[in-house]
Design a protein around this ligand. Structure first.
Ligand code: FES
Length: 115
C-alpha cells in the first residue's frame, strides 16, 4: 500500500542552528527516516516560504487518499521531539484522508503560503 510523502524543509531557517539553536535538526530528520521509511517517503526541500513557522514539514497524502480528495497538511514550529513523535504516529496510522488529525497536532497546522 503506497504511503505518505513528507516534505521536510531544510534551508535558510528550517534546520538552521543559527535560528533554532539547541534543536538537533539532523537528528530530527534521522528519526523521521528511521520511523517512517520505507513505508513512507521522506524528502527535503528548499525554502517553502513559511520561514516564520520554521521548521516546516508538509505531509502529503498517500496517492489513493489523494485521489479520494485528501490534501497535504502543513505543520509549523516542528522543533519539539514530542510533537514530531505525534506527527510520526499520525502518519503511521494513515495520515491525511486515512486517519483523523489528533487534536494535539491541530495546534501545529499552518496555512500554506499563497503563491
Ligand atoms: S526555510 Fe523552511 S520555510 Fe523557509
Amino acid at each position: 500500500m503506497p504511503g505518505c510523502t513528507l516534505t521536510v524543509c531544510r534551508d535558510c531557517c528550517c534546520g538552521s542552528l543559527r535560528k533554532h539553536p539547541g534543536v538537533d535538526h539532523d537528528g530530527q530528520l534521522d528519526n523521521l527516516r528511521a520511523a517512517l521509511e520505507p513505508a513512507h517517503r521522506i524528502r527535503t526541500s528548499l525554502c517553502l516560504d513559511a520561514c516564520s513557522q520554521s521548521n516546516v514539514i508538509v505531509v502529503h497524502p498517500a496517492p489513493p487518499a489523494r485521489r479520494a480528495g485528501a490534501r497535504p497538511v502543513w505543520f509549523g514550529l516542528m522543533l519539539d521531539d514530542a510533537v514530531v513523535d505525534d506527527l510520526v504516529a499520525w502518519v503511521v496510522a494513515g495520515g491525511p484522508g486515512r486517519h483523523p488529525l489528533p487534536a494535539v497536532l491541530e495546534l501545529s497546522v499552518i496555512q500554506p503560503p499563497t503563491a
